[in-house]
Design a protein around this ligand. Structure first.
Ligand code: ADP
Length: 159
């Protein structure tokens, strides 16, 4: 079974990686799909976001990292995915994700949306928090993989 894990990943955090690792264990192939949505005004280009995820996970037999434009439902169908997997941190994620899941079901009835609970140590972690901390010169150790820390700080920290 192919699963798609979509998101902005602007940038990828240890919370995302936890979901990636756990999701990869329950499917044959996991496609991590970086949304190319300029209206969200991302801090990193889509190429940078894909590269940072690839660097963080290394070569993995059943994980593919790519980007997509347009509707997630269309992308999922194109790659032959049975379901989309989303992470849930708190009740506050639920309402938005519930709406998206129902919309995608309407667009593509055969496509399921699965939810995976965050691991408790990452329940407070978001890409926007990481950016806010880095922009203000705070320490992002433990929030993002070590191998991409310098890149994030280099791009966001005001000197
Ligand atoms: P954000 O900018 O909120 O961090 P993304 O759009 O990059 O989010 O998130 C992609 C997916 O990863 C979403 O399903 C989101 O709920 C999930 N996610 C983000 N951070 C975490 C976390 N710390 N734990 C579990 N899931 C997460």
């Amino acid at each position: 079974m192919i699963l798609v894990y979509p998101g902005s990943f602007d940038p990828v955090t240890n919370g995302h990686l936890d979901i990636i690792e756990r999701a990869a264990c329950i499917c044959d192939k996991l496609i991590v799909a970086v949304g190319n949505n300029e209206s969200k005004r991302p801090a990193f280009t889509v190429e940078e976001r894909v590269e940072m995820i690839r660097e963080s996970i290394g070569e993995r037999e059943n994980i593919e990292v790519t980007s997509f434009t347009g509707l997630l439902a269309d992308f999922a169908k194109k790659v032959g995915a049975r379901a989309v997997i989303k992470g849930l941190r708190a009740m506050s994620d639920f309402e938005y994700e519930f709406q998206m899941a129902l919309l995608n079901k309407k667009l593509e009835p055969e496509l399921e949306t699965l939810f995976m609970m965050t691991s408790v140590q990452y329940s407070f972690l978001s890409s926007s928090a990481v950016k806010e901390i880095a922009r203000n010169g705070g320490c992002i150790d433990g929030l993002v993989p070590d191998c991409i820390k310098d890149r994030i700080e280099g791009k966001l920290t005001c000197r």
